[in-house]
Design a protein around this ligand. Structure first.
Ligand SMILES: [Ca+2]
Ligand SMILES: [Ca+2]
Length: 416
């Protein structure tokens, strides 16, 4: 047992040293767990720090930190010094769920003031080990927000790891970060992959980076000692690629007798931005009017791309244009424009209303730029009637003819 403890301590020390040694780009903020690898005997406690490096104007941060609930319980969460010391202090929300194996954390500076620059400890989390095994201490949906309430992006994320069974073979991709999440086709993306030997033995493996299922590059024969990590950088040339959402993955090949193969792959997303606006809904204020009345038509449009867009929305009944409006939308924004249709002079009948978004030459999906209401939603234009409707007059005349015919029929039969 003593030898095991010594091995674990060496492993932890090695991983701490290698973390200090592995330099990450100075300009991109990094959210990480220190130390990368933790250990504790069953029943013993240990602490990890959630740290930030190279951040500017950090005002609010939050994340879920999750782990395998059969191995660890959180016993204490305290806020670190990084955001503290402001005139009005900070507010921290922590929700510990040891059954689910996670803690939700959120800290914000109080008051309308600047955020903090630099590097430091955001929080300290104390765990107690319940069993033998290993688990990732993983960030889920982490967010960094500045004092303008904008998300700070991109930032690098490196998960932590707990192990107290030192006889395993296991390597893991613990970090996968790109220098950008938005790239113009033709530019290059730098992909940084961090692999940690979480097992107890020297391992040799291959590391491959992909976009979607296409290989970017492959490194063979990477060797790592127990507890050691390596940072490998790949360059992805996006020349000739279409606009879209690309999955970037890093895959470490399995080593013999590997106990956990799920952590050998990590994924992130990079977007080659596109223009796309869409008409998503048309609603008329009424379905039936007399000619001469005004119908309000609400048209909902959405910016489904990544650029600010200016375009025109036109509304038609059948193929006749009712009117046109200019719309400006930021990415992801939706708006409703109201068009008044004055039906003066419109012939009696049923009409389908159509709306189109026009004036965006690079829209990648023009199919969603036009929307027409369904036949069941057709607008009926009635002609205003003076006196009795013609149908009623014809109906009454027919009834009179039938009654006269019947009376005549019975009268002649009786006489005969
Ligand atoms: Ca593994
Ligand atoms: Ca479109």
């Amino acid at each position: 047992m003593k030898k095991n403890v010594l091995t674990i301590l060496t492993l932890v020390l090695l991983s701490m040293l290698s973390v200090i040694g592995s330099g990450v780009s100075a300009s991109t903020p990094k959210l990480y767990i220190d130390p990368v690898t933790s250990t504790a005997d069953v029943g013993a406690s240990f602490s990890i720090n959630i740290k930030i490096a190279d951040v500017s104007d950090l005002f609010t941060w939050g994340t879920r930190l999750q782990w395998n609930s059969t191995l660890l319980n959180v016993t204490k969460v305290t806020e670190g010094p990084f955001l503290k010391g402001r005139p009005l202090g900070t507010s921290m929300i922590r929700k510990i769920n040891n059954t689910g194996g996670y803690v939700d954390l959120s800290v914000t500076i109080l008051g309308d003031i600047q955020g903090i620059d630099g590097s430091g400890v955001l929080a300290t989390v104390e765990f107690k080990a319940k069993a033998m095994g290993e688990t990732e201490l993983e960030f889920y949906e982490p967010r960094l927000i500045n004092h303008f309430l904008f998300h700070i992006t991109p930032f690098d994320v490196v998960s932590g790891y707990f192990i107290n069974s030192p006889t395993a073979h296991d390597i893991a991709v613990i970090g996968l970060n790109t220098n950008t999440t938005l790239v113009q086709a033709g530019e290059t993306v730098s992909i940084e992959v961090i692999v940690l030997n979480q097992g107890a033995f020297l391992e040799t493996f291959n590391l491959t980076a992909y976009y979607t299922s296409t290989q970017i590059a492959n490194r063979t024969g990477i060797s790592l000692d127990s507890g050691q990590n390596t940072t490998q950088t790949f360059v992805w040339n996006t020349a000739g690629l279409e606009q879209g959402n690309y999955t970037i993955s890093a895959v470490a090949s399995f080593v013999p007798k590997e106990i956990d193969i799920a952590d050998n792959t990590k994924k992130v997303y990079v977007i080659i931005p596109w223009h796309d606006v869409a008409v998503t809904e048309i609603k008329a204020s009424t379905q039936s009017v007399n000619a001469g009345e005004v119908i309000s038509i609400n048209v909902t449009v959405e910016n489904r791309g990544q650029f600010n867009e200016n375009f025109n929305v036109k509304v038609f009944y059948d193929s006749t244009q009712i009117s046109e409006k200019a719309v400006t939308l930021i990415p992801g924004q939706r708006s409703i424009s109201t068009f008044d249709w004055d039906t003066t002079g419109v012939a009696q009948g049923e009409y389908l209303i159509k709306a189109t978004a026009e004036g965006l030459p690079n829209d990648i999906n023009t199919a969603d730029n036009t929307k027409t209401i369904s036949f069941t939603e057709a607008i009926t234009i009635n002609v205003q009637q003076q006196g009795l409707p013609i149908e009623l007059i014809i109906g009454a005349a027919v009834a009179v003819v039938i009654i006269v015919a019947l009376v005549l029929f019975f009268f002649l039969r009786r006489r005969g």
